[in-house]
Ligand binder design. Structure first.
Ligand code: NAP
Length: 351
């Protein structure tokens, strides 16, 4: 028997869709994915520390709530409670992993089945729809909700590739606390909210953080810009890009070569690490040729404010279909919409 709803992806969109589908007695089957160098289960929020803008989660004693709500056997995945401090004072803004574990728990509580596998390909050419796991198993379903999110971009330099995991990272929150980065000058590339967030986070460990931006104005929101400007450990390097990562096999990254975007000059900047925060690419490689996408690979909704895609019965939610808002809360919103759309599609088709 085909499934009613298969959900691919385990970020806010996937789990919000699962909560709604499970409460509609559709017994959703959710593929959570496995950890890869670019993505981990629970999506990009699992790469984040404090989440201060998800409605309903003001700072408070969130930790006690998280520990009471999330099954004991997943407490190992929660960040250390010590991270709930700011300037030495208790500060219980919910952490990204905690928020995701709460969403996962809520989905499990209503009967979602979560599978820790990747979907390698899909066959949407007929009915029922087919999704094929990395292990080669084919699962049939009447509807599919794609919620696979997006992953971090890199500059594409050979030297950057060479130093990945030896000083080059696209996730300050995952790697920033490593001993190799402590008390070192570090470079963050980018000018958006992510770049400022990463720079602010790294400033806790680094001697200095050079925020290298290719223009003379940040893209980040006003409040984040102010945070960067006010932090004495953050130095903004305007109008430059990194054109080579320098270092050695023994020491990893030791410097970057900066190139001006306004003249022909270049210079070296000593750095023990380089963190990329230059945007994202949607995780749609496994869907090529099966769904309509835009030039950058984001799935296109076939109608505004509806999550239906170019294939009947396939819905898309979260960052995989959103190159504009890309917030946890908007992903949750579209996840809910996709579940409601799938439920209505099933009812309309007598399933
Ligand atoms: P983004 O807003 O697209 O910013 C990407 C930055 O990288 C831009 O400053 C861009 O420069 C720069 N860039 C892109 N390609 C580059 C290249 N090849 N070389 C050098 N620089 C390059 O991405 P984001 O910062 O990841 O943010 C994505 C979304 O998530 C936004 O909606 C943001 O508000 C949200 N977000 C929110 C928070 C928060 O509220 N706490 C935290 C993180 C992210 P240009 O400016 O010149 O284009």
């Amino acid at each position: 028997m085909p499934e009613h709803v298969v959900i691919i992806g385990s970020g806010p969109a996937g789990f919000s869709a699962a909560i709604y589908a499970a409460r509609a007695s559709l017994k959703p089957l959710l593929f959570e994915g496995t950890a890869t160098p670019e993505m981990i289960p629970l999506g990009q929020l699992a790469f984040t520390t404090e989440v201060e803008n998800y409605a309903g989660f003001p700072a408070g004693n969130v930790r006690a709530f998280v520990e009471s709500a999330v099954d004991q056997d997943r407490h190992w995945n929660l960040p250390p409670a010590a991270e709930h401090e700011r300037d030495g004072q208790p500060h219980y803004a919910v952490q990204g992993v905690e928020l995701m574990e709460l969403m996962k728990q809520q989905a499990l509580n209503f009967g979602t089945r979560v599978v820790g596998e990747d979907i390698a390909e899909v066959d949407f050419s007929g009915k029922p729809l087919k999704v094929i796991t990395a292990g080669g198993e084919t699962v049939e379903s009447h509807t599919v909700i794609v919620a696979t999110g997006a992953r971090a971009n890199y500059l594409g330099l050979p030297s950057e590739e060479n130093f990945k995991n030896r000083g080059v990272s696209a996730c300050a929150v995952c790697d920033g606390a490593l001993p190799r980065f402590r008390d070192q000058p570090l470079v963050v590339v980018g000018g958006g909210d992510s770049a400022v967030e990463e720079a602010t986070y790294l400033a806790k460990f680094a001697s200095t953080v050079h925020l290298v931006h290719r223009r003379d104005q940040l893209r980040a929101s006003q409040i984040m810009q102010e945070r960067a400007m006010e932090d004495p450990k953050i130095d903004i390097v305007w109008n430059h890009t990194v054109d080579e990562v320098l270092g050695s096999d023994a020491d990893g990254v030791t410097a970057v070569r900066l190139k001006s975007t306004v003249d022909d000059s270049s210079r070296e900047l000593p750095a023990g690490g380089m963190f990329l925060a230059i945007g994202h690419t949607p995780n749609t490689d496994f869907l090529k040729g099966q769904l309509e996408m835009n030039e950058e690979g984001y799935i296109q909704w076939s109608q505004a404010f509806r999550t239906a895609t170019s294939v009947d019965g396939v819905f898309a939610a979260g960052d995989v279909a959103d190159d504009y808002y890309r917030q946890a809360i908007t992903s949750s919103g579209t996840g809910c919409m996709a579940a409601l759309d799938a439920e209505r599609w099933l009812a309309a088709n007598g399933l």
